[in-house]
Design a protein. Structure first.
Length: 181
């Protein structure tokens, strides 16, 4: 046990620097070391929104037991310009963004005190696309034609108003918009 406690901080330091993978016990679980924080910044999934809509994104963080999350903030840039900096949530329009998530946290040490504040960051590309809404195809209206007002009356369509199916200039002699009056 003493050997494990002496080795644990060294392994945890290598893990935090990205020089080693966290060890896995025979049970398949990572052992918890006093210096191994156990904070994971989850990737924000790409989004798709309706035309003219915006989407709100916020940091997604998983923490193991014994972790105290102090803050999770986003910095968002687009085409090199900063859109938002140090925000807990950001509302974005469709486009491609670079999102940096910064998490500050502490973990409970073996002596039950809290560690000094640590910081973890992750940068990702986030794409927000606009859903293409299919436009309804207009149903073609049957062509209605009345040879004369007698035909319009026989079909029960008289009088025929300008804009109605079957209206034609030859049915409206005085050009007032009402045919076969």
């Amino acid at each position: 046990m003493t050997l494990r406690l002496a080795v644990a901080p060294a392994i945890a330091a290598l893990v935090s620097l990205g020089l080693a993978a966290a060890p896995v016990e025979a049970s398949g679980h990572r052992p918890s070391f006093a210096t191994d924080p156990g904070v994971t910044i989850n990737e924000i999934p790409d989004k798709s929104v309706k035309h003219g809509s915006r989407v709100t994104v916020k940091p997604s963080v998983h923490k193991e037991a014994g972790i105290r999350l102090i803050s999770a903030r986003l910095t968002v840039t687009q085409h090199g310009d900063t859109v938002a900096e140090g925000k807990t949530r950001v509302t974005l329009s469709p486009g491609k963004y670079k999102v940096k998530t910064v998490v500050k946290y502490q973990w409970k040490k073996e002596d039950s005190s809290w560690s000094s504040t640590k910081r973890s960051t992750q940068t990702q590309v986030l794409t927000i696309t606009e859903k293409q809404v299919p436009r309804p195809t207009p149903t073609p209206q049957a062509e209605v034609y009345y040879r004369n007002c007698d035909a319009a009356r026989a079909a029960g369509a008289a009088p025929v108003y300008r804009g109605d199916p079957g209206y034609a200039r030859h049915l409206d002699r005085d050009n007032d918009g009402i045919g076969c009056e």
